[in-house]
Design a protein around this ligand. Structure first.
Ligand code: NAI
Ligand code: MG
Length: 492
C-alpha cells in the first residue's frame, strides 16, 4: 500500500511505505458515565459514597467513574455470596449449574466485539489481541468449565468432591476479562459463589461481565463484582466470611496476602510475577524464533507475567539473532490500540510507564547497551517503544527483576548446562521457552527449568485445558484445566 499522505497517526517505515489507519469502530459502544457495584444481582451505589476515574491510557481521557467499595460494601458482597451459597446456587443440581455457565460463555461470544473494544479502550492493549485472544479465550474458559459442573466425581475419581464456599478473587490489569474468566468459571463449576475485584485501572469489562451474569439470570449473589483499589482487595482477603482467596498480581502483594492468611484456615492460590527465559539454540529455525521472541516480550506491551523477558542466545548465532530481531523491531507499530495494524498498544497506566522508564535508566546505568526502535509514538498517552538491552550480566537488576513492559534483555551462552543454570538463577519460575530442532534438547530443558509452563518452538500459547502456575516466588497453585478445578473443591 503506497501512500504519501501525512497524518498524525500515519506511520512510515524505513523503506518508505506505510499503512493507512484502520481503526475499529467505537460507534456500537455505550459506556455509562458512572458504574456501580454489582452485589446480590443488582447494581448498587457504594455505601462508601466514593468513586474514582478510569482513563483511556492511549488518550489520557476519562472513560467513566467507578464505584469504590469500602469495608461495608465488601461485607454486603460477601453476605450476598454466602446467601446464594447456602441457598439457590448451593442447592442447585450440578447439571443446572453447568447450563448457567454455558449461558455466560454464549453471551460473551455474542458481545465479543463490544467487549474487545472496551478492553482496548480501558486497558490499552491492541484490538487484534483483545479481539483474537482475550475475549475468545475468556468464552472458552466458561465453555470448558461448564462441562465440568456435572462431572465433578470424575475429576476426583473414587470420591464425591464438594464445593468450598465463598471465593474472594482479586485480579490484575493485564488481561482483565480473561483473568475474571480464569477465576469465576472454575469456582462456579465446582459449586462455589464469588466476590471478585478487578484492578482499579481496568474495571470496565468486569462490570460488563456483571451485566452478562445478570442477563444470564444467575441466582442473585452467586457472582458479586466489586470495584476499588488495594484497600478493597485487602478488605476481601481479611473478611471472615471468605473461604478461599485466588489472587493474580505482583509478588509483593502476593506475599502480603500470604502473610495475612497464615493461620486463618482460608485456602489460597497465588499467581504472581515472572521473568521467563526464552532460550534459542544454534540449530533453531532462526526466523521462526525471532517471531517467537517478539511475541514473547512485545505481546500486550510486555504486560504479561509469563513474558519471555530474558533472552538467551547460543553464542554462534548471537549476531544473527540480534540483527534479525532489530530489523523486526523496526517494523513493529506502536500506537492507537483500536487500530487493527497496531502491534504494541498503550502502557496501562502512568504509574506503570514510570516504572518501566525507571528500569530503562537502571539498565543504562548498570552498563547495558539499550536499543529502541525508531518508530513514532503519539504525543498524548502512555507509550514505550520496543526495547532491548545487550551487554547485561546475570546480576543486572533488569535481568533479575520483573519490569512488566516491552523490555528484553539478551545474554549469550555456550552449553546447555550453562543456560539452564542461568535461566534458573532467579527468584521467579512461571514460564520459559526453548527453540531448537532437537527433541532431546527440548526434553532436557523442559525437565530442568524450574518453571510451571515451558513452550517449545512457540510462545504465549494458552488453552483452557492446560494448567498454568508458578514455582518459587511466581506463586502457589495452578489455574486452568483439571488442576484449576482442584483449589475450588473439598477432597481428600
Ligand atoms: P498489584 O499486585 O498491586 O495489583 C493487582 C491486584 O491486587 C489489583 O486488583 C489491586 O487492586 C490488588 N491489590 C493491591 N494491593 C492489595 C492488597 N494489599 N491486598 C489485596 N489486593 C491488593 O499490582 P500493580 O501495583 O498494579 O502492579 C505492580 C507490578 O506488579 C507490575 O509492575 C508488575 O511487575 C506486577 N504485576 C504482575 C502481574 C501478574 O500477572 N503476575 C499482574 C499485575 C502486576
Ligand atoms: Mg483504564
Amino acid at each position: 500500500m503506497k501512500s504519501k499522505k501525512k497524518s498524525t497517526v500515519q506511520l512510515t517505515f524505513n523503506d518508505g511505505w506505510s499503512y493507512d489507519p484502520a481503526p475499529e469502530s467505537k460507534d456500537h459502544i455505550r459506556l455509562k458515565e458512572q458504574y456501580e457495584l454489582f452485589i446480590d444481582g443488582k447494581f448498587v451505589r457504594p455505601e462508601s459514597g466514593k468513586y474514582f476515574d478510569t482513563v483511556n491510557p492511549a488518550t489520557e481521557k476519562k472513560l467513566a467513574s467507578i464505584a469504590e467499595a469500602g469495608d461495608k460494601d465488601v461485607d454486603l458482597a460477601v453476605r450476598a455470596a454466602r446467601k446464594s451459597y447456602t441457598g439457590a446456587w448451593g442447592k442447585m443440581p450440578a447439571k443446572e449449574r453447568g447450563k448457567y455457565i454455558y449461558r455466560i460463555a454464549r453471551i460473551l461470544q455474542e458481545r465479543a466485539r463490544e467487549l474487545a473494544v472496551i478492553e482496548s479502550m480501558d486497558g490499552g492493549k491492541p484490538i487484534r489481541e483483545s479481539r483474537d485472544i482475550d475475549v475468545p479465550l475468556a468464552a472458552a474458559h466458561f465453555f470448558y468449565y461448564a462441562g465440568w459442573a456435572d462431572k465433578l466425581p470424575y475429576a476426583v475419581p473414587g470420591q464425591l468432591p464438594t464445593s468450598i464456599g465463598v471465593a474472594g478473587q482479586i485480579i490484575p490489569w493485564n488481561f482483565p476479562l480473561l483473568m475474571a474468566a480464569w477465576k469465576i468459571a472454575p469456582a462456579l463449576a465446582a459449586g462455589n459463589t464469588v466476590v471478585l475485584k478487578p484492578a482499579e485501572t481496568t474495571s470496565l469489562t468486569a462490570l460488563k461481565l456483571a451485566e452478562i451474569i445478570q442477563e444470564a439470570d444467575l441466582p442473585p449473589g452467586t457472582v458479586n463484582i466489586i470495584t476499588g483499589a488495594g484497600a478493597t482487595g485487602a478488605g476481601i482477603v481479611q473478611h471472615a466470611g471468605i473461604d478461599k482467596i485466588a489472587f493474580t498480581g505482583s509478588t509483593e502483594v502476593g506475599k502480603l496476602i500470604q502473610k495475612g492468611l497464615a493461620g486463618t484456615g482460608k485456602r489460597y492460590t497465588l499467581e504472581l510475577g515472572g521473568k521467563a527465559a526464552n532460550i534459542i539454540f544454534e540449530d533453531a529455525a532462526i526466523d521462526q524464533a525471532v517471531e517467537g521472541i517478539v511475541n514473547g516480550i512485545f505481546f500486550n506491551q510486555g504486560h504479561v507475567c509469563c513474558a519471555g523477558s530474558r533472552l538467551f542466545v547460543q553464542e554462534s548465532v548471537m549476531k544473527t539473532v540480534v540483527r534479525k530481531l532489530k530489523d523486526r523491531m523496526e517494523t513493529l507499530i506502536v500506537g492507537d490500540p483500536l487500530d487493527k495494524n497496531t502491534d504494541i498498544g498503550a502502557i496501562n497506566s502512568r504509574m506503570q510507564l514510570n516504572k518501566i522508564k525507571q528500569y530503562l535508566k537502571i539498565g543504562v546505568n548498570e552498563g547495558g547497551t539499550m536499543y529502541q526502535s525508531a518508530c513514532a509514538v503519539p504525543t498524548k498517552g502512555f507509550w514505550c517503544r520496543p526495547t532491548l538491552f545487550t551487554d547485561v550480566s546475570q546480576s543486572s537488576r533488569i535481568v533479575q527483576e520483573e519490569i512488566f513492559g516491552p523490555v528484553l534483555t539478551i545474554q549469550s551462552f555456550r552449553t546447555i548446562e550453562e543456560v539452564i543454570e542461568k535461566a534458573n538463577n532467579i527468584p521467579y519460575g512461571l514460564s520459559g521457552g526453548v527453540w531448537t530442532d532437537k527433541g532431546s534438547k527440548i526434553f532436557k530443558v523442559t525437565n530442568q527449568l524450574r518453571a510451571g509452563v515451558i513452550w517449545a518452538n512457540t510462545y504465549n500459547k494458552f488453552d483452557p485445558t492446560s494448567p498454568f502456575g508458578g514455582y518459587k516466588e511466581s506463586g502457589v497453585g495452578r489455574e486452568g484445566g483439571l488442576h484449576g478445578l482442584m483449589p475450588y473443591l473439598q477432597h481428600a
